[in-house]
Design a binder for this molecule. Sequence first.
Ligand code: RRO
Length: 307
Amino acid sequence: MISTQIKEFTFQNCLMNASGALCMTEKELSALLDSNSGSLVTKSCTMNYREGNESPRYFETELGSINSMGLPNLGIEFYMKYSIENQSEKPIFLSIAGLSLEENILMLEKIQDSSFIGLVELNLSCPNIAGKPQTGYDFERTNEVLEKVFSFYKKPLGVKLPPYFDEIHFNEMASILNKFPLYFVTCINSVGNGLYIDFETESVVIKPKNGFGGIGGKYVKPVALANVRKFYTLLNKDISIIGCGGIENGQDAFEHILCGASMLQIGTQLMKEGVSVFDRIHTELQDIMIHKNYNSIADFKGKLMNL
Ligand code: RRO
């Protein structure tokens, strides 16, 4: 009932993890593989192993989360091997986040030459590397990166975007993305460089960057829905939208799809609840669809009404 498609890929259901949430180690990835998720995405990776930022670097709040992980990962070889070994179970997304264009190219060359048959999610939006700007906020650079990537990379690929807040930015980014044969865009990464503080101790709650970090969870749902909606309306119809941001229950999932999402990523709530979150949201979304008389995602995807 909640199966979905991105071009030639069919997913048994539209739920998956967000990159970064419980997908760094073999154990975490296997739990996702065995779970009732329709797919999984690996932790954004670099060519080599990275320790990431100092701890504490993740903090759960009443309404969401703040993180400054700093791209800790086991390196591309590990994620590529894991994905290839398990790609017959469900379609897998391999997330890459090189610290330079050259590093992304090197990783994509490896993937191109491998037997990986899944999708690449090219992360253009990590907010937590000190001194490294988020590529997605530099329009010229984003265009340059995509030109370089699509000049040689021929396998299925999409991009993970940061949240945008200004009309002109949506339009400019969409006109760039529309030039390329993207399979999907994922909206949104965490809202970068937020600050959460502890009133009692009068202190920040994570160590890196003096407490500044990416915000996820309930706080960001309206921003995520706006980004999903804008890109759904502005992008060519053959570019699917993957919605990410503030999905805690069936209603949140339904709203993302109504705005135009074909697939849904769960981050903060997966961290809180573990992989059983996929069973719960699956059931809740199905119940809503039954109640509203919808038989499939296509029946209401993107069909948000204006007043
Ligand atoms: O690892 C991180 O600090 C991180 C990444 Br790569 C990202 O894309 N988004 C985020 O919130 N954290």
